[in-house]
Design a protein around this ligand. Structure first.
Ligand SMILES: *[C@@H]1O[C@H](CO)[C@@H](O)[C@H](O)[C@H]1NC(C)=O
Ligand SMILES: *[C@@H]1O[C@H](CO)[C@@H](O)[C@H](O)[C@H]1NC(C)=O
Ligand SMILES: *[C@@H]1O[C@H](CO)[C@@H](O)[C@H](O)[C@H]1NC(C)=O
Ligand SMILES: *[C@@H]1O[C@H](CO)[C@@H](O)[C@H](O)[C@H]1NC(C)=O
Ligand SMILES: *[C@@H]1O[C@H](CO)[C@@H](O)[C@H](O)[C@H]1NC(C)=O
Ligand SMILES: *[C@@H]1O[C@H](CO)[C@@H](O)[C@H](O)[C@H]1NC(C)=O
Length: 632
């Protein structure tokens, strides 16, 4: 099979080849596939998410790893394509499954709405159920693709059939690692996802060029009644960083790729800190601002996940009046194929986190947001039904307690090898090693470990300071160092749509060209707020909801030390530096630049903690008390 190139050049070239877009469709198997799929789907009266996979656990791979696994990759692409070409009225079609999350705000699987909530989706946000609800959602999506893959494998000519049938049994959905340094030659955004609207795939009927099911989903048809407003009711296909708000809009994946690459270090730091210092589920799980819970811990897996939504959708970027693509808007985000790659990554982070903190779990909390089946204020706990995911034919649902052991869905991740000989303790060591390797590279912790390896740290006072040595000497006092974080709290609906908060050191880039912001060499990081305008939200009640998140500053400060602009990471030096140099910018819907002081409820505090560096690569840094030192 001919594989897609990874380079940025490919992203650019493909935009100019848009005329070719219309030419590609699904795979031609040489017989009427729709009827066969329909017969298969019609067999079950109710869609049950089975949890009997413990006897057959397979690894969910990173998408770039899966791509090397040729037979499995072909099956993945064909199954995705088939799901997307299945009639939208089928509950297990692309439209059916993705529609559970937000739009079209309709009943799925017969699970009716809570009074007053029918104009929302089932997804849970700003809730203790955020990580657990999305777990069976991913498992259901995996189950649908798995059965399609089994069916497709059986259609190969006899001499190859067994090979494909064996591969199909290993099928699990891939994740997209948006936080680790990108593989050589490629960016954070995989070429297979953003590179081309078509893809060559080897199927049972030979190699064919089909529309790339990872690039976009095309509505067949677009329901202009359900999608009540523009541009949603005239964009016939999902878009990322759309070039216009008109019906002729195209994705600009080049821009998405650029923004992701620019933010990679910031994303990695946030993830590294979540693994190191967020051992309490209530804090780790979601972005709702609850003063007693969050005042020293502004970040969460959900807030980090929000930023990816905005970066992938391109929220607020583009020419005036362009609001970003589907991924930036809660109700439309799940239609974009990148959504499931992203959420599988979120599930992997959650699974790794669970191994590090096996004791911490869902504690009851009131829902601050409603959903299709949740009223605002309702207490959510570990036995709250995760609707609409049926566990059996008696109308019972999966719960957080039920999905705690994810291996019963028959999957694991490479960092979490499940074997009789792996004690929890040994597994946790392996996970910490993986975290250091994948997400620690821009942290002072890694610098410390490198120094230890070269035996430089203990006697660096006697060495001539040069380059990196200089930084280490300025950063560490024994094995202690200081982390610096911008804590952000804001009203989720402050700007009636998604927006991003950007930080820079020194002269800010021009307001007239927000496109260039993240590409600026002095860009420090972005926090994305994943929202939608009130009309588009329908019945999702977000009034008064505050959320929080962070932008880590330490890596950028170390670069300043290296460049000679800052002496140390000590409080006096950093406080003076930030008060003079930290520039904040807010980019709202319609590419409008906002005065930071005009954004409702926006508070930015600079927090710091003394941290003890790890002394071996199977340890993580140990954080002290996080204190807010000053506000900006
Ligand atoms: C379009 O959406 C409306 C409102 O949600 C719904 O009543 C109608 O059945 C949908 N039409 C199709 C063809 O799905
Ligand atoms: C896409 O974004 C890139 C990077 O900002 C820009 O150079 C290019 O002109 C954009 N392409 C289109 C078609 O807007
Ligand atoms: C985690 O945080 C919640 C909310 O603040 C608290 O009720 C709970 O006791 C904490 N759990 C642990 C293990 O500290
Ligand atoms: C967080 O709140 C608690 C209780 O209200 C308070 O004791 C503590 O000082 C606060 N921490 C910060 C960093 O504001
Ligand atoms: C969870 O809440 C329900 C009511 O909403 C209650 O019946 C149940 O006992 C609670 N379970 C736990 C484990 O707190
Ligand atoms: C697990 O340990 C047993 C006993 O030490 C050994 O015989 C077996 O080979 C080990 N299995 C694996 C997969 O390492």
């Amino acid at each position: 099979m001919k594989r897609l190139g990874l380079s940025i050049v490919v992203f650019a070239v493909c935009i100019t080849h848009r005329l070719a877009l219309g030419q590609h469709t699904g795979y031609n198997y040489g017989f009427d596939v729709q009827n066969r799929v329909k017969r298969e789907l019609d067999q079950s009266p109710r869609i049950i998410l089975r949890g009997n996979g413990k006897s057959d656990i397979q690894v969910r791979q990173e998408i770039r790893e899966l791509e090397k696994d040729q037979e499995l990759w072909n099956l993945y692409i064909l199954a995705l394509s088939m799901m997307q070409f299945t009639d939208q009225s089928e509950p297990t079609s692309w439209y059916g499954i993705t529609g559970i999350h937000g739009m079209p705000h309709q009943t799925w699987g017969g699970v009716g709405p809570t009074p007053g909530s029918k104009d929302t989706g089932y997804c849970t946000h700003s809730s203790v159920l955020f990580p657990t609800w999305h777990r069976p959602y991913m498992a259901l999506y995996e189950q649908v693709l798995y059965s399609l893959a089994q069916m497709i494998a059986g259609w190969w000519p006899e001499h190859e059939r067994l090979l494909y049938q064996q591969a199909a049994r290993r099928f699990r959905i891939p994740y997209w690692d948006w936080a680790s340094p990108s593989p050589t030659g490629g960016g954070v955004l995989p070429g297979s996802v953003g590179g081309s609207p078509w893809i060559d795939v080897n199927g049972p009927n030979g190699v064919q060029r089909i529309s790339n099911p990872l690039y976009s989903y095309t509505f067949r048809p677009l329901n202009v009644t359900a999608f009540r407003q523009g541009p949603w009711n005239w964009w016939g296909t999902t878009l990322r960083s759309p070039t216009t708000t008109g019906p002729d809009a195209e994705s600009n994946n080049t821009l998405v790729a650029l923004n992701l690459d620019q933010n990679q270090k910031s994303l990695a730091q946030r993830l590294y800190i979540l693994f190191s210092n967020y051992g309490n589920y209530s804090r780790f799980s979601n972005n709702a601002w609850i003063p007693q819970v969050n005042n020293a811990s502004y970040d969460s897996i959900e807030s980090l996940h929000d930023t990816i939504h905005n970066l992938a959708g391109g929220g607020g970027l583009g020419q005036p009046n362009i609001q970003g693509g589907h991924m930036s808007f809660i109700p439309y985000s799940a239609f974009d194929p990148i959504f499931f790659l992203h959420h599988c990554m979120v599930d992997r982070i959650f699974a790794m986190w669970q191994l590090l903190f096996p004791e911490s779990w869902v504690t009851p909390a009131p829902a601050v947001l409603n959903s299709y089946t949740t009223a605002r204020g309702q207490i959510q706990n570990s036995s709250t039904p995760l609707t609409p995911f049926f566990i059996n034919n008696n109308g019972n649902f999966w719960t957080s307690d039920g999905v705690r052991d994810f291996t019963q869905f028959g999957y694991t991740y490479a960092e979490l090898p499940i074997g009789p000989n792996n004690s929890i303790r040994a597994q946790a060591r392996d996970v910490r090693k993986a975290i250091n390797r994948l997400y620690g590279t821009s942290s002072p912790a890694n610098l410390f470990l490198n120094e230890l390896r070269s035996q430089g740290i203990r006697d660096n006072s006697r060495k001539k300071p040069t380059g990196k040595r200089n930084v280490a000497a300025a950063v560490f006092s024994g094995n202690l160092y200081r982390e610096w974080i911008a804590n952000i709290k804001v009203r989720k609906q402050a700007l009636d749509g998604p927006f991003t908060i950007h930080f820079f050191f020194g002269s800010p880039p021009s307001d007239s060209d927000p496109l260039s912001w993240t590409a600026a060499p002095n860009h420090v990081g972005t926090m994305g707020v994943f929202a939608a305008d009130k009309f588009g939200m329908g019945g999702m009640e977000m009034d008064g909801l505050d959320i929080s998140g962070t932008v880590p500053l330490t890596t950028a400060l170390m670069n300043e030390i290296s460049a000679g602009g800052l002496a140390t990471l000590d409080q006096e030096d950093v406080e003076m530096f930030l008060k003079t140099n930290l520039v904040k910018k807010v980019l709202g819907p319609g590419a409008k630049v906002w005065d930071v002081n005009k954004v409702e409820g926006l508070r930015i505090g600079i927090a710091s903690s003394t941290v003890r560096a790890p002394t071996s690569d199977d340890e993580l840094p140990v954080w002290g008390e996080v204190e807010v030192l000053f506000e900006l």
